[in-house]
Design a protein around this ligand. Sequence first.
Ligand code: B16
Ligand code: MG
Length: 227
Amino acid sequence: MAKSPELVIYDLDGVITDTAEFHYLAWKNLAEQLGILIDRNFNEQLKGISRMDSLDRILELGSSAKPFSYEEKVELATRKNSYYLELIEAITPDHILPGIKNLLQENREANIKIALGSASKNAPLILEKLGLSHYFDYVVDADKVKKGKPDPETFTAAADALGVSYSNCIGIEDAAAGVEAVNQANMFSVGVGDRAHLAHAHYLVNETSELDFQKITQQFQKWRQTY
Ligand code: B16
Ligand code: MG
């Protein structure tokens, strides 16, 4: 008999909701104060990357600037987060990406566990604002892991907490670093987005509205047979 998945781990930003624009505006505000200009194209490489790694990339871009101490960097990252928190005040359930509520509902009705695997320290707050917290059996946010994506720890931590073997898990991701983390964890990876960035996903859709629970399960089963 075909093996069913036991756990689906969802990325937050870019899969459940899209706060990339808010991250962008907050970083842009901070960068301008440092005399560094960033644009939306540059922002692409910050997706899925931790807060401190994002700051390092921005400071590298303005490499003529003076080097910053660790304490100064913490202050800068905290300042960016305060801008971000102001912006996400506006988040409501209307900001759930198309098809996601339905997907979570079908996932739950199939009696398959649900976890969040996010690099964001604000993940629990955002789930709350979206009104989705009750769907999740476990939430992995940046405070629960030592190594961020593309390291597999974000995904293995969820499976370990819920006592599920990695090969019985599915990870859904919109970032290249995230898909790599799922693959490194020996889980079935579902990519949402452009083939140019996500070619290494086991199964790929263009956008969240194309995420169909039955199809994902069937694709998982095919992959699991060859495992
Ligand atoms: P915070 P995800 C990631 O969320 C974002 O994609 C990334 O742009 C952000 O820098 C990171 O969270 C950290 O966020 O500053 O809120 O802790 O895609 O892993 O859900
Ligand atoms: Mg993401």
